[in-house]
Design a protein around this ligand. Structure first.
Ligand code: NAP
Ligand code: ZN
Ligand code: ZN
Length: 347
């Protein structure tokens, strides 16, 4: 075991504090990673504050991890000491169910091992990226291509893949009208990726305050949903809506902006049950769907795609003592557009 400095949430109600955790000694297939940067995902906040139900404490969140390999187990073949690597939302899966075999480990039937707030199959709790080091099986470690700096690469491991995967699955590309609802961490990546895929991209944000940024990220159109009549004026407009909003939404109003056969895909995960009228679907043979991060193979594909297209996250780099404040700003929709912790500031 190795003692590692980390940013720890002792309970759902207590503030973060810097302390230490134990990491396992590397097994034959493990790589040891010096974490350089860890992104703050809104899912970290939902879990650290127990908005999705009971969580495991003490908690070290962080599933947008970028760093460098410092040690490898005897049987490791995919990564070498010195490699620039990343870890996303899970660090293991059963590897034998039909979804794992199809490369969709995010839907592992046994349940994958979450990077934090989870348990290894032997029962040990997992601790995430708000720490100086992590140890993980090589098969769940991604390669970060040359051409993307580690700090702006970190958020790709969740925000990047969570938007890339549904955009690919629902065929975003030339000739398609794609709307991204909410321009925070996920949303701004969605805009960049949908634009790079060749789609005509519209941002639906609460206000116009981020319009310039949205256009710079690649949006063709930008509308403020907080303004009266906006969604009515967009009736029948989109082939695909990716909803990244972390809060309750008037789903019927958004469904009305879909074309015939259009799909609205939830990636945002509000704590409350949502409601919609069935008529909103039936009227235009529309689909309401959901999507969850992406598998390992697709995550690597996304990283390579982002490197090829010069896409990184737009980040605000923060120190270990700024996490609480950053959480509050994310909740206020005041993030531009992803907070990333510089782990050199821990301990
Ligand atoms: P974020 O940075 O906070 O972005 C969410 C955006 O939603 C905000 O920036 C804001 O955009 C909009 N928004 C917030 N409150 C709203 C409200 N009351 N009404 C309308 N719009 C509102 O969060 P994130 O990290 O992108 O994560 C977004 C959600 O996705 C979270 O629920 C997170 O847990 C979930 N998530 C899911 C997956 C998955 O695999 N499915 C993966 C990662 C995260 P504007 O200011 O532009 O309106
Ligand atoms: Zn996330
Ligand atoms: Zn499985």
């Amino acid at each position: 075991m190795t003692t590692v400095a980390a940013i720890i949430k002792p309970t759902a109600d207590a503030p973060f504090e810097v302390g230490t955790i134990e990491r396992r000694a590397p097994r034959a297939n493990d790589v040891v990673i010096d974490v350089h940067y860890a992104g703050i995902c809104h899912s970290d906040i939902h879990q650290a504050r127990e908005e999705w139900g009971k969580a495991i404490f003490p908690m070290v969140p962080g599933h947008e991890i970028a760093g460098v390999v410092t040690e490898v187990g005897d049987a490791v073949t995919k990564h070498q000491v010195g490699d620039r690597v990343g870890i996303g939302c899970f660090v293991d899966s059963c590897r034998e169910c039909e979804n794992c075999l199809a490369g969709e480990e995010q839907f592992c039937l046994k349940g994958n091992v979450a990077t934090y707030n989870g348990r290894e199959y032997d029962g040990e709790p997992t601790y995430g990226g708000y720490s100086k080091q992590i140890v993980a099986d090589e098969n769940y470690v991604l390669s970060i291509p040359e051409g993307i700096e580690l700090d702006v690469a970190a958020p790709l491991l969740c925000a990047g893949i969570t938007t890339y995967s549904p955009l690919k699955h629902w065929g975003a590309g030339p000739g398609k009208q794609v709307a991204i609802v909410g321009m925070g961490g996920l949303g701004h990546m969605g805009v960049k990726i949908a634009h790079a895929l060749g789609a005509e991209v519209t941002v639906l944000s609460q206000t116009t305050s981020k319009e310039e940024d949205g256009k710079r990220f690649g949006a063709d159109h930008y509308y403020a949903t907080g303004e009266e009549g906006t969604l009515k004026s967009l009736r029948g407009r989109f082939d695909l809506i990716i909803n990244t909003v972390s809060a309750d939404l008037d789903i019927d109003a958004y469904l009305s902006t879909l074309k015939l056969n259009g799909s609205m895909v939830f990636v945002g995960l509000p704590e409350n049950t949502q409601q919609f009228r069935v008529f909103s679907l039936v009227g235009g043979r529309r689909s309401l769907a959901g999507s969850n991060i992406g598998g390992i193979r697709e995550t690597q594909e996304m990283l390579d795609f982002c490197a090829e297209h010069g896409i990184g996250s737009q980040i605000e780099l923060i120190g270990a003592d700024e996490v609480e404040g950053a959480y509050d700003r994310v909740v206020r929709s005041d993030v531009r557009y992803r907070f990333v912790i510089d782990t050199a500031t821990i301990g």
